[in-house]
Each structure stands twice: as C-alpha cells, then as structure tokens.
Ligand binder design. Structure first.
Ligand code: ADP
Length: 460
C-alpha cells in the first residue's frame, strides 16, 4: 500500500495563513501610507517652492523694469539667496544662474504656458534621474519670464527612508503574525494531545480510559463525546465478551453429558456391533476436542471481560518447571537452570502451568516433543526457553501463530483434529497477565524455541 503524503499540519498551516494575512494587511497599509505621505509631502514642497518662486519672480520683475539692469548678475544674486537654479528669459535672450542649467532645461510646455501669460509649474526627471520642480512666472511688462528650478533630492531621500521603514515594518508585522498563528494553533491543538493519548491507550486495550471533563465551553463537547464513545465501545466489547463466555458456559453441561454418554458407550463397546466401533472412536475424539475448545474459549472470554483475577504465589523455579513437564508427559526432558537464575519467582501457578502446557503439548504435536528447557534470570526477570527439534516456525508465521484461531504450516499439515488455533493465543494472554511476553525464535538445535519472559514479581 502506498502511503499518502500528509499535507501540512494545522500548526504549519496556521503559521502560513496568519503570515500571509499579516503580510497582506501590512502591504496594504504600507502602500496606502506611502502614497498618502508622498502626495502630502509633494504638495507641501510644491506649495513652498511656488511661494518662493513667485516671491523671487516679483523681485526679478522690479529689477528688470529698471533700465540697464545686468540680468546675468541678477540671476546669480537670486540664486545665492534661494539656493535653487534660476533661468530668466528677457526678450529672446536667456540667462541662467549656472552653466549646469539653461533654456533647454525648461520644459517646452511650461515655456508655452508662460508665453501665453500664465504662471505654471512642472515636475521633471533629469537625465541623471533626479527629480526637479520648475516654477515659471511671466513678467509680461518687460517681455520676460522667470523660471526657478528646485531640486527635490531631499524629498526623494525622505520618501526612500519612508519606503524602507514601511518595508521593514511589513516584514516584521508578517513575521509577528506568523508567530501569533503558530502560538494560536498550538493553543488549539494542545488540548487534542490528551485525546490522542487516551485513544492510543484504548487501542492498546485499556478500555477504562476516560478524559477529565474540560471547562472550556468549546472543548467540553469534544471530551464528553470522546468519553461517551469510549463508554459505549467498552460496553459493546464487554457485552460481546460476555456473550462468548455465556455461550461457552452454556455448552459445558450438554458437552459433559455427551462425554459421559460416549464413556458409557465406550465401556459397552463389546456389546456394540463391530462396524460401529470406528464411528464411536471419531465421536469420542471429537467430543474431547470440542470440550477442550469450549474450555479454552471460556478462559479467553474471561480475559476479554477482564474477569480474570490472578492468584499469585511464590513458586520454586525448578520444581515448577519439573511439575509442568511431568504433567504434560515430558518428565524426561532436560532442564538447565543458569547459574545466576533466582530460586523462586511469583506467578499464578494454574494459569502459567496452562500456558507452559500448551507450548509443551504443541512440541509433542508438531515437533516430536520438547528437547530441553533452559531457565535464566536475575533479580528482575526470569526467562524460560523451551526448545524442540521439529521443523521450526517460519519467520513469516512468528507473529500470526499467537493470534486466535490462527494455525501455522505445521498445524495445517497435522489436520483439524490436532487443534483449533487457540492454544498459543491463550498462552499469550496468560503470560501477559503476569506482565510478561511470549515469543518464538529458532532453537540452536534447529527446531523452534518458545521464550517466556516474566518479571520476577508481576506488576500489581
Ligand atoms: P493449534 O495447535 O490448535 O493449531 P496453537 O495456537 O497452539 O494452535 O498453535 C498455532 C500454530 O503454531 C500451530 O497450528 C502450528 O502451526 C504452530 N506451532 C505451534 N507450536 C509449534 C511447534 N513447536 N513447532 C512447529 N509449529 C508450531
């Protein structure tokens, strides 16, 4: 199955969304501010330039009215006082305050407007890229025109500073908005973490898990909904477990009666016709297998219903192993107790013996019998290694054979009469009741090695 690539998480999406919203708002604000400020400053500058230009034009007019005036000297004088460049047309002659400026620097349209007798102004961009404002005033009485050219470099510097400030402001604002988004998403996602943890615990089988009530008005329905769901799930699972347990229980009496009847028939076998005997054998073995299945189901359903109360006691390791082997017809099997293994451990004798019994009987069924049991351990843990010299268990089956009704290759080959696939599932539940684990590996001698790992004292 190909895994779908997960899109961005909520936090990342909120960070990006807030960042973009912040950037958009900051850009709109910055652009508006920039253009409003630019138009206001330019307006101010134009008005002051115009005032100055008209005042100087009046000065020039009075000078030009007097006869024999030195126009070149006049423009230089005015320039020295105002700091801007001056261009004066007197008749057809042009005079400028410096060599850097002249008639050609005055835009033709402005010149024409002035010739028509109107005052005017125009913004121009010089070939070098500087911005200039040209203010023109006609001096009709002496057929002259006065132009004053103001440099707007200072204005442009101010605008450039404003632009940079707004740009930095926009970047800082959107970064701050992204951080706010991340924080807000964190606050929203934060309360979901306990829900995920609780869901994981339920999935692991802890059906009692519930969330504490939430006081937040928006989150309370979520926790309530989760708790309701968990409760109904628990009730359903327990009901199903009870059902299996009830059915198994109900089957016990008729089965016991059936077994008693087959025993009676077996005792009277000599009175039965010869051709009934094989059928009686089949009936007897099937009734026995059915009874074992029902007993296993009953035990498993008790685990499912959490109705198992372990009866822990201190056991002698070596005695326990020997007794279990003897009870399952394997008393001759060699038992090796490692040097540092403890003498005793704590367990539910009956249930652990049942788990070992299933493993040992499987050894007899599928592997020609158990060949050895090794016990290792320390103060914390004990480990039982149960080896056989059979075909071993294929790595692909090493997880599945512990599941309910799962049969492996050996089981299938041995046929349905050899088992139902519940033995190792039950053994696993019994070992886990002790806080332990049941696994399978290869035995050094080639067969299967079942490993039962238990804490020396089960957790309470
Ligand atoms: P069952 O014996 O009823 O099939 P179990 O749960 O006891 O059920 O075992 C599951 C499967 O594990 C068996 O069907 C068999 O294939 C495999 N198995 C168990 N023990 C051994 C063993 N010692 N050697 C080989 N295969 C085994």
């Amino acid at each position: 199955m190909t895994r779908r690539r997960l899109p961005l998480g909520l936090r990342a999406r909120a960070t990006v969304a807030f960042g973009l919203i912040g950037l958009f708002a900051a850009v709109v604000l910055a652009v508006t501010t920039y253009f409003v400020a630019r138009s206001y400053l330019l307006d101010q500058r134009e008005q002051s330039a115009e005032r100055q230009g008209f005042a100087n034009a009046r000065l020039a007019r009075s000078a030009l009215r007097s006869t024999g005036v030195d126009v070149a000297g006049l423009v230089t004088t005015i320039r020295g006082e105002s700091g801007s460049e001056i261009v004066v047309r007197s008749g057809e002659a042009w005079y400028a305050s410096s060599v850097a400026i002249g008639r050609d620097d005055i835009p033709v349209e402005l010149r024409n407007v002035i010739r028509e007798g109107h005052a005017g102004r125009e913004l121009i961009r010089t070939p070098k890229g500087g911005l200039q404002l040209v203010v023109g005033t006609p001096i009709a009485a002496v057929d002259a025109a006065y132009f004053e050219v103001f440099s707007l470099n200072e204005f442009e510097r101010t605008l450039s500073l404003l632009r940079n400030t707004l740009l930095v402001g926009a970047i800082v604002t959107s970064a701050a908005a992204a951080l706010v988004g991340r924080y807000a998403a964190g606050r929203v996602v934060g309360p979901l973490a306990p829900i995920a943890t609780a869901a994981a615990r339920i999935a692991e089988g802890d059906l009692e898990t519930r969330l504490p009530p939430h006081h937040d008005r928006d989150l309370a329905p979520l926790t309530e909904g989760f708790n309701t769901m968990a409760a109904s799930l628990q009730e359903r699972i327990e009901r199903e477990a009870r059902f299996a347990s009830d059915v198994s229980h109900e089957l016990r009496s008729p089965l016991a009666a059936l077994r008693a009847a087959t025993e009676v028939m077996d005792r009277r076998r000599s009175h039965l016709p010869n051709n009934v005997s094989p059928a009686l054998d089949v009936l007897t073995s099937r009734v026995q297998a059915f009874e074992e299945l029902v007993l296993d189901l009953l035990e498993i359903s008790r685990f499912d219903a959490h109705a198992v109360t372990p009866d822990f006691e201190e056991l002698n390791l070596k005695t326990f192993v020997r007794q279990v082997l003897a009870a399952n017809g394997a008393s001759e099997v060699a038992v090796v107790i490692a040097d540092h293994a403890p003498d005793t451990f704590t367990a539910d004798r009956r249930r652990l013996a049942q788990a070992f019994g299933n493993i040992i009987r499987n050894g007899a069924k599928y592997a020609g019998g158990v060949t050895g049991v090794t016990v290792r351990g320390d103060e914390e843990e004990v480990e039982f290694l149960i080896d056989d010299a059979g075909p071993g268990i294929d790595p692909s089956e090493r997880v599945s054979i512990f599941q309910r009704f799962a049969r492996g290759d050996a089981g299938r080959r041995a046929g349905t009469a050899s088992g139902t696939g519940l033995g190792l599932a039950l053994a696993t539940a019994q070992v886990e009741l002790h806080g332990g684990r049941l696994e399978v590996d290869d035995a050094p001698t080639g067969g299967a090695r079942f490993i039962v790992r238990l804490p020396r004292t089960p957790p309470t």
